[in-house]
Design a protein around this ligand. Structure first.
Ligand code: TYD
Length: 137
């Protein structure tokens, strides 16, 4: 059984800004441990909504609240942790096969997600019981 602390990492990306404002760079394979094949972003989800609720066979993710805040529940079938995404420089890295739920979105939340894989619905595990069976084998 993997330890949750080995399956996630919190990056604090450097701010290259100056008096004109902030600038944060995230280079695939340099600032983060994968080359970026996909980006998507979630906004307009209100505070009652729960998104995600899945694990991925292959995809890894970096989640950045570039505006506003949200929370991510991370679960590996044995351990659970909640991470508050509350700074635009903060990147939450999730390896594959980690269950995640995103919630408590602020009205101005823009949650940017980077991934090492193109979208493939076949690699999503959306049933928590199935997920537990897979990770507890
Ligand atoms: P979903 O996986 O439910 O989003 P979340 O986990 O963030 O709540 O995806 C919502 C819809 O968008 C669903 O029809 C699949 C589609 N989608 C893509 O086509 N490509 C993608 O990269 C993602 C993340 C979703």
């Amino acid at each position: 059984m993997l330890r949750l602390e080995d399956q996630i990492h919190i990056f604090n990306f450097p701010d290259l800004g100056d008096e004109r404002g902030n600038l944060v760079v995230v280079e695939g394979g340099i600032a983060i441990p994968f080359d970026i094949k996909r980006i998507f972003y979630i906004y307009g989800s209100d505070s009652e909504v729960v998104r995600g609720s899945h694990a991925n066979l292959k995809s890894e993710f970096i989640m950045i609240n570039v505006s506003g805040t949200s929370k991510v529940l991370i679960d590996n079938g044995l351990e659970r942790r909640v991470v508050a995404l509350d700074k635009p420089r903060m990147g939450l890295y999730l390896k594959s096969m980690v269950w995640k739920e995103m919630y408590d979105f602020s009205p101005d939340s823009v949650l940017l997600v980077l991934s090492n894989e193109h979208y493939d619905p076949g690699e999503y595990i959306r049933n928590y019981t199935d997920y537990l069976e897979m990770v507890r084998k």
